[in-house]
Design a protein around this ligand. Sequence first.
Ligand code: C5P
Length: 475
Amino acid sequence: VSESTVPLVVAIDGPAGSGKSTVARLVAERVGLPHLDTGAMYRSAALACLRRGVDPADSSASVELIRALTITVDGAMVTLDGEDVSTAIRTPDVDVAVGPVASNPEVRAELVAQQRRWAAERGGAVMEGRDIASVVFPDAPVKVYLTASEEERARRRSEQLGGEIGSVAAEIARRDHVDSTRAADPLRVADGSIVLDTTGLSIDDVVTRIAAMVDGARSRAQATAASVRTADDASPAADWPGSTAPRLTGVDLVGSGVVGRSLYRALWVVAQAANRGWFRARYHHSDRIPKTGGFLLAPVHRSNADFLLVGNVTRRRMRYVGKETIWNVKWFVPIANALGGIKVDRGTADRASMKRCLEVLEAGEPLVLFPEGTRKSGPIVEEIFEGAVYMAVKAGVPIVPVGIGGSGDAMPHGAKLPKRIPIDVVIGHPMTIAAGEKSSSRRAQRELSVRVREEIQRCFDEATRLSDARRRGEA
Ligand code: C5P
């Protein structure tokens, strides 16, 4: 299957005011795909019913009318039988009439068929609506469900279209209700859709995030075309090239002695008590951690508690890469050293610490490195440190992405003591460079780093969802 015959569809669904239209338009521009607002088609159909006096509840009459219409959508320009209706479809009358029209299964079947043709003819598209990921293109490689709090959505709508916020909120709530309770293809989060709550996120954040998913989908499509391994068919640990690497002798690894090992074990147990007792931490998919051989653990980093939390993903002893400032804390230096911590000087292209990391990985030992560089905040996984990918590839070991949900709220920047918030840790698929690719290829490494970032984000989203659900359960 060549890439050009598989339409790259970016499906964006969500309720009114979730920011779909703005986001879909900008994503389309950024990734170079055409954009289709399917809501405009349902609106045009409703407008036609209003004008011809056809009762939308009269199913056969409205289907007949709609089959005879020619609706075109080109960016913001919408025509109905050749007439520009771009503004006429955005009136309150149409807002009210569109629900019943869109609830008619035959109308939907007709418009869905048109939407599929539209995207297929163009080899892909960014499509926004209510049922794109669930019905129109369930196999779309990128599926996003955008949402935002009710207040936020009402605020956006009233800024965009005017109107007093209370009545806008009521209208949105009414339309949400109609759209999500109708029998035919109701608004819902489709299987496999990534839920993006945009409350408090900037438009640019959201667009960047979806554009990164499109990048990932494109590299996956290329990878599939070259029939190479992706994260999804990750093999058990024993298959990974690094896992059978003999323990190198003669390499002097700090903290390998009895003192270092005992201290690690002792701290591991203390960490476990804290993680269990205080955070009630749950670890999901721990079986994905390779049982032997080196690997690079790549967790998201939102809190100082993360060091403690990731320590318990496995009983295997892992070494940590830490920023140099940790070594400024005098009392901690002997501990960090005994633990075999690797100091990285972020200001420079620190060759010495890269070399240490490689030694550890090549010796078949696991290494923890937070690839975002420093502690970040917010729900978006930022650009990751490509040196991490380079090292893992060079050592021939997999990268294991990790998402930690709840730690940012439990112990935000500046907090001295952690709050008692349930934490979920989700371990992702071990990832490695595509088979058949030269490990020295810059392109292949770049591609892996895009996929790793995506997988960390996926794990982070899932972990956050799990932790939030437990918190709500408690509230
Ligand atoms: O997206 P917009 O708010 O303009 O959509 C108007 C209406 O069209 C929605 O409230 C919904 O009833 C309907 N619609 C739909 N399926 C889609 C897109 C829109 O039912 N894919």
